[in-house]
Design a protein around this ligand. Structure first.
Ligand code: IMP
Length: 455
């Protein structure tokens, strides 16, 4: 399939928190300086999050997209997303506080996007109490909102725009009864909110009135986006940046069950979300973002390449590997080639981006899981926790590189030899070329590898 020039897509290539937001931001702002840019997201909702700076203010984006501070950018929240109106308004208010009153980018919410409400968050929490054992989620109500679609009773953004009171009331009653069936009172359930402390879902009357007020504030942003998208996609001078939520290792099909999110976290989700306008195989650069020298994971999954706690602690402190909202310490693992090569293949990646190349230590080899064995036989990754419990990691060690020299490098040739060799190893094992690496938190700290990297 011929590729459409000026199109880039980024997804998490492991278990999330790879630093993809920073890469997307960089692409959106650099390309915006050259011409119009569309930014599109097709999955997830406020379970995602990354921080962007506007002047001296830092703003946490969850549902709004990178480019929100760029006047010429057009951002589209796609059909495949699950959007919480209250959180969305709070994010918009944060953006306005930072700019002194306006939202610089154009924001379009696809009228077909799914509405996620406090009722979903309440029910998710009720289910969590009902389950034995921990089924951790971000608490944002993501799976119940997607389940509404599968059970054929979603509330779509257009139901908010036209305010379908009957539908919203029926929705409340359904979730009231579901919670009641499991012994809890939906009205009294306290749920998370970006606006501040947890708040009660409230009575039917309070709930419907709250959603109605939010709907009227959001209405100007809700519309059909099919024509806009089709026209822009066929104008090849317009740059498109697709920003995925979460990561392939959290995908509903590819994660180690039950630690998964309910959406399609691969580029394939773009096809359905755009109603066939954008075939992801046409996107010129489809990059998976990974941490170069280790991986992190949040959840109950147990992965084969666990690291000893001393080294994990060293990395956790050095790279601040704590949950952005929960502050939970993340599990730290050795880079797992079988898992990432599986994700690369099922995710249809054309490129890699390796972040955190600076997380190496003098005289400490970079230890990488290069394969699994089961009863002495070589085996690969499969998205099944019970299977993963039976495999043993096989390791290879790489010489560390000098971090000062790494950070000083502006080109591939200037990188320390050991870093170049390590990158070559990743490219060979994973079968896709490197697009760029990052060597520190600052935007200037990175090296582009391809002519398709930032121009
Ligand atoms: P949900 O997306 O809230 O349903 O959460 C399901 C699982 O995905 C949980 O283990 C979450 O911790 C994980 N998860 C969801 N979003 C992210 C993310 O952006 N980074 C890392 N983990 C995530």
């Amino acid at each position: 399939m011929p590729s459409r020039p000026n199109s880039f897509a980024f997804c998490g290539g492991a278990y999330g928190d790879e630093g993809k937001g920073r890469i997307v931001d960089q692409y959106v702002s650099d390309y915006s300086a050259k011409g119009p840019v569309f930014v599109y997201r097709d999955n997830g909702g406020s379970n995602a999050g990354h921080t962007v700076s506007f002047g001296k203010t830092k703003v946490a984006l969850h549902q709004l997209l990178s480019g929100i501070f760029i006047e010429s950018a057009t951002t589209i929240l796609g059909k495949g997303m699950v959007l919480h109106p209250g959180d969305l308004l709070e994010e918009m208010a944060e953006v306005k506080r930072a700019t002194g009153g306006k939202i610089p980018a154009k924001v379009f919410i696809d009228e077909m996007a799914v509405v996620l409400l406090d009722t979903h968050r309440a029910y998710e929490s009720v289910l969590q109490d009902w389950h034995t054992g921990n089924r951790g989620t971000t608490g944002r109500g993501i799976s119940p909102a997607y389940v509404d679609v599968l059970l054929r009773h979603p509330i779509r953004m257009r139901d908010l725009a036209s305010f379908d009171t009957e539908k919203i009331t029926k929705h409340y009653r359904l979730y009231r009864d579901l919670c009641k069936g499991l012994g809890q009172n939906v009205a009294e359930k306290e749920v998370t909110s970006l606006a501040g402390p947890k708040q009660k879902v409230g009575s039917e009357k309070e709930f419907v009135a709250r959603v109605k007020a939010q709907a009227s504030e959001l209405k100007p942003f809700i519309s059909g986006v099919f024509d806009l998208l089709s026209k822009a996609w066929s104008d090849r001078k317009i740059t498109f940046v697709f920003e995925k939520g979460q990561a392939i290792g959290l995908d509903v099909r590819w994660a180690a069950y039950p630690d998964f999110t309910a959406s399609d976290t691969t580029f394939n989700g773009i096809l359905g979300s755009t109603e066939g306008v954008v075939n992801p195989h046409e996107i010129e650069i489809r990059a998976g973002v990974v941490k170069a020298t280790y991986m992190s994971s949040v959840g109950i999954r147990r992965l084969p390449s666990e690291m000893d706690e001393k080294h994990a602690h060293q990395i956790r402190e050095h790279a601040d590997e704590y949950g952005a909202t929960t502050k939970r310490p993340r599990d730290i693992l050795h880079f797992d080639v079988p898992a990432v090569s599986f994700f690369t293949r099922v995710g249809g990646l054309t490129h890699l981006v390796a972040t955190h190349m600076d997380i190496v230590y003098p005289n400490q080899p970079v230890k990488v899981c290069v394969g699994y064995t089961q009863n002495g036989k070589k085996v690969g990754y499969r998205p099944d926790q019970l299977y993963l419990n039976t495999v043993k990691a096989v390791y290879r060690e790489f010489a560390p590189w000098d971090v000062k020299a790494l950070k000083a490098a502006k080109t591939k040739a200037e990188l320390p030899k050991e870093a170049r060799e390590y990158i070559k190893f990743l490219e060979t094992e994973l079968g896709v070329p490197m697009l760029m690496i990052t060597t520190g938190a600052k935007r200037s700290e990175g090296v582009r590898f391809s002519q398709n990297a930032l121009r």
